[in-house]
Write a protein that binds this ligand. Structure first.
Ligand SMILES: [Zn+2]
Length: 250
């Protein structure tokens, strides 16, 4: 998959594949990855909170109790997603900064080797020796650091992921997903809530499975199947446990 790039010397993917979900090659790819992360975050919210409210619904018909359980799960899940994302993106950012510093140092200390390296990389990508050397020379004169970061590491120094932004995005995505089972389990009466929730969650998981497979260029049918089966299993297990414990206590 390649999209037109803006002012970048190449539209090819970076040679070193970065943390899945955050290549910085071009903004369209970037946007798709953000969308995919949101869909997966929403998926997490649907599955974990559906499991929690089904567990409570197995144990009790009291709407207030189910609400408390679901709410605690929603808040805990959203915060845990945000914290996890913050830590992972921060670490990734530190790695990228260290690589930028290393490349800067190398360019200052051994410019000839770096020029040869850049020419080699363009030759490996299919340019003739002369042209690769010419491209490397011009790029080095224009912006040596940026050229090296781009073709060697696939890093765009202007597009380093912001950990706070990533944390916020996954928190919002999880919450949006979690709201679906919360609403279905709370809005319907004791006789219907379990069936409506299972149906709504099944449809939603089919949708998130489909969309994330499409974005990732993966076959959609197995993705949808895996996603729906996983969610159904989660609800089945918690509902069974809730029923057992609920009956045991009450
Ligand atoms: Zn280099």
């Amino acid at each position: 998959m390649s999209f037109p790039t803006t002012g970048q010397p190449t539209g090819d993917p970076p040679p070193m594949s970065r943390h899945e979900g955050e290549p910085h090659v071009d903004s369209v790819n970037n946007l798709l990855n953000k969308l995919r992360a949101s869909v997966l975050g929403a998926n997490d919210g649907i599955v974990s909170v559906a499991g929690i409210v089904m567990g409570f619904a197995g144990a009790t018909t009291d709407r207030h109790t189910i609400f408390l359980g679901g709410m605690a799960g929603l808040v805990a899940g959203a915060l845990s997603m945000a914290a996890g994302e913050y830590v992972s993106v921060s670490t990734q950012r530190d790695t990228e900064r260290a690589l930028i510093a290393k490349e800067t140092r190398e360019l200052a200390e051994e410019p000839e080797e770096e020029l040869a390296e850049l020419a080699d990389l363009y030759r490996e990508r299919g340019l003739s020796e002369d042209l690769a050397r010419k491209v490397a020379l011009e790029l080095t004169a224009h912006d040596a650091l940026r050229s090296h970061l781009d073709i060697e590491l696939g890093i765009d120094p202007d597009e380093l992921t912001n950990p706070w932004q990533a944390a916020m995005a996954s928190m919002v995505a999880f919450t949006l997903g979690a709201l679906l089972p919360m609403l279905t389990i709370l809005l319907f009466g004791a006789g219907l809530r379990v069936y409506v929730t299972v149906a709504a969650v099944t449809v939603a998981l089919a949708l998130t499975g489909y969309v994330s497979a499409r974005i990732g260029d993966a076959p959609t049918r197995p993705a949808v199947l895996r996603n729906v089966v996983g969610g159904l299993l989660a609800m089945l297990v918690t509902y069974a446990i809730g029923s057992l414990i609920g009956n045991g206590v009450g």
